[in-house]
Write a protein that binds this ligand. Structure first.
Ligand code: KIV
Length: 286
């Protein structure tokens, strides 16, 4: 399990490392970043290999999102993801990460039943999976669960706007908060969640001016995904920004690579080499 050198009084006396220990990103650091206007860089990850690359590239927050239901498991929605799935993937990510804060997404039905059940399940994500914090979707209706967890020392990230676990209630993945009533509710929910103890809020697929309003209405960082540039940080699903996901091109995704094409080309060449008896050659044999 990862520890938090920044918060251990004896961190400098760590005899297991010769160089200075990496300062683990903490909730306190994220709130300081908002105050200083330093943008917070976040991405999802689902395994140790990707967790390590993202961490070494300087990502501040790695979310083991329930988007793994779509990305890793091939489901249409995030609804089928279980707590055991999130525990498994969070453990894996955690093994690859030294500096970033690792946040485990609480899957559908793991926090909605009662604050007590939310607390017990979040506890498992910290204790068994090594997460530093958890994330839940929803506004006022999850505030009691957020209070229960934060009062017991479990940091909670909230998530407003488009909340994919409610897809069957919304009926579509369209932009949220476009009418005044819904926009007002999002601002109110953000304040309620801050009051309940949340340390950050993901704002998904809402108009940029609404996200800016939420960002200036709360003292905790907002992390946008399809919510404009005024949020305190940004998050994307890593497979989307690397072009590994196909048939999903919302305008909020900037594609920095086309890994689908690159992997397809490399694997095709590998197949051709085997079929043409070009692989392995004598240098690659014993
Ligand atoms: O599950 C997820 O990956 C998320 C992010 C997109 C915010 O909730």
């Amino acid at each position: 399990m990862n520890s938090h050198p920044e918060e251990r009084p004896d961190a400098e006396n760590d005899r297991h490392t010769h160089s200075a220990p990496l300062r683990r990103v903490t909730t306190r650091r994220l709130i300081e970043m908002k105050k200083k206007g330093t943008k917070i860089v976040c991405l999802t990850a689902y395994d140790a290999l990707i967790g390590r690359v993202l961490d070494e590239a300087g990502v501040d927050v790695i979310l083991v999102g329930d988007s793994l239901g779509n990305v890793v498991q091939g489901h249409e929605t995030t609804i089928p993801v279980t707590l055991e799935d999130i525990i498994y993937h969070t453990r894996a990510v955690n093994r690859g990460v030294k500096r970033a804060m690792v946040i485990a997404d609480m899957p559908f039905m793991s926090y909605q039943v009662s604050p007590e059940e939310a607390f017990r399940n979040a506890g498992r994500l910290l204790k068994e999976a090594g997460a530093s914090a958890v994330k839940v979707e929803g506004g006022e209706r999850v505030a009691d669960a957020v209070s229960r967890m934060t009062e017991a020392g479990i940091p909670v990230m909230a998530h407003l706007g488009l909340t994919p676990q409610s897809i069957h209630q919304f009926g579509s993945y369209r932009v949220r908060g476009t009418d005044d009533a819904e926009a007002d509710r999002i601002v109110r929910d953000a304040k309620i969640l801050e009051e309940a103890g949340a340390f950050a809020i993901v704002l998904e697929k809402i108009p940029a001016d609404l996200a800016a309003k939420v960002t200036s209405s709360v003292n905790i960082p907002t992390i946008g995904i399809g919510a404009g540039a005024e949020c305190d940080g940004q998050i994307l699903v890593y497979t989307d920004m690397l072009g590994l996901t196909v048939d999903f091109n919302p305008r909020f995704v900037r594609q920095y690579e086309n890994l689908y094409e690159r992997i397809h080309t490399a694997v095709t060449r590998y197949g051709d080499d085997i079929r043409q008896r070009n692989f392995p050659n004598t240098d690659e044999s014993y």
